[in-house]
Design a protein around this ligand. Sequence first.
Ligand code: UAG
Ligand code: ATP
Length: 493
Amino acid sequence: MRLGDLAAALDLPVEGDPSVEVTGVTHQGDWVRPGDAFVAIRGARVDGHSFIGQAVERGAVAVFGEGLPEGMDCPVPYAVVPAARAALADAAAELAGHPSRSVQVLGVTGTDGKTTTSCLARHLLRHAGRATGLLSTIGYELPDGVLLQPPTHFTTPEAPQVQQILAEQVAAGAESVVVEASSHALALDRVRAVDFDVGVWTNLTGEHLDFHGTMEAYFADKAKLVQRARHAILNVDDPWTEQLVPMAASHTAYSAEGADADWTASDIVEGPDDLRFSLHTPEGDFDALLPMIGRFNAANALAAMAGAHALGVDVPTLVAGLATFGGVPGRMEMVERTEGEPRVIVDFAHTPPSLDKALATVRVTTAGRLWVVLGSAGGPRDPSKRAPLGAVATQLADVVVFTEEDHRDTPLQDILDEMERGAREGGRDNYVSIGDRREAIAYAVSGADPADTVVLAGKGPEETLERDTETIPWDEMSQARLALQDRRLSSAG
Ligand SMILES: CC(=O)N[C@H]1[C@@H](OP(=O)(O)OP(=O)(O)OC[C@H]2O[C@@H](n3ccc(=O)[nH]c3=O)[C@H](O)[C@@H]2O)O[C@H](CO)[C@@H](O)[C@@H]1O[C@H](C)C(=O)N[C@@H](C)C(=O)N[C@H](CCC(=O)O)C(=O)O
Ligand SMILES: Nc1ncnc2c1ncn2[C@@H]1O[C@H](COP(=O)(O)OP(=O)(O)OP(=O)(O)O)[C@@H](O)[C@H]1O
């Protein structure tokens, strides 16, 4: 595309030759390919303008930015943009041919349940015969269902990758695509140029306040999905929904907790490995079965069904699809066990509210004691949640093992002390701290009785564990299996 045409589409003035061909766009100096436009973003850490030299050396043919710093020259045409991230998103969509306009896009946002709801929606749409793609924390899938990883491990990558993945989806014949939209993505305009047909809201609780600053700012960022989507699916059990309703062009309400809504679940029965409930919908009442544990998954199921329904799938097809869902890796995932062994569950709960819900729901189907092994991330990641995690864990479980979870450059002992403080302030002393996660898991699994349940919380499907400056490969399911195997061996010996 000619630079002049791109600039005109974005309503930008450009100084320099408008006839130059632009073939792509990026914000990262060392990712530039010949023919790309480089967008210089003033980030929280560095000013992207300092990478103009590198970008041009790699073949950038134009630069977009909010203004050249004093005394800096740009050897290629420079366009002044009002907001660099917005320009990045708009240029990426323009160059990719606005792929989101050629497919139905269902976006999902919220603090907890985004990945589960996204995977459920993808499954339901496919079950209904729609060629459906996915872009989520677990990676991205084209309609053939093969899971691929984008070059960066984001829930929602930066706009050029989002647009490129959407273009791949269109080329692969996708009729619909489910996009998990993180709050960072919404705040940083990564999905600004995505045309959302449906926006699903799961819930909002305190997380990532290190980045967003206040709950209000966090809410405002997440609310962008509801404002942008043609139709919103809103959880009336979430107190923030009241403020969302006037922001939505139109909406469908759901409730798993007995509130008045278009889609509701009642008589939820939690089995050892599934959920059953009465489903009430605008098309009538149905008996629903979801092969997942976790009471909150009834809410995720309602959200995903209402979303797929808004895209035209009928309720009987949704109910039939729900019963064949294969689950989400690392979310309430049960480790295979033999007779006489405790139930071990790998779960990704890493916020106090999601841990609360995870432990409360597992308790219902635990005849013996409930154990939980958990840590809390270090580095800049929300230090304020450490003590509440300690409090919630020790209130709801019988035995708690505090351990490491990506402590990075934060001394592990400081994190353990914080979680212990939370426990003590809640008047609880039912915990031990074992810094090494492998040993912590072994301690819980070997100590548990057959009627007990051990929840390994926080790591879920993550493939690495970050310690100080070291990153080691990690697989929580394998660690759980090894611990069960050791238990077997020691009871046989
Ligand atoms: C908090 C956050 O999201 N920060 C993002 C933000 O960083 P920033 O504003 O600090 O940017 P910066 O590092 O100052 O760089 C400024 C500009 O210079 C460019 N640059 C920078 C360095 C360099 O060598 N060359 C170069 O060109 C950068 O690409 C950028 O355009 O913009 C950068 C690129 O534009 C992102 O890479 C970066 O993501 C960081 C690495 C990150 O870890 N983000 C996580 C927290 C995230 O987005 N997570 C959410 C999910 C969260 C959840 O729900 O759990 C996600 O969607 O994955
Ligand atoms: N609707 C929900 N309400 C509260 N907790 C939930 C809900 N759904 C899932 N959870 C809990 O949160 C954990 C993470 O679920 P999921 O990965 O679906 O959420 P997410 O929003 O994608 O989180 P992240 O962005 O951190 O990956 C689950 O393992 C479960 O313990």
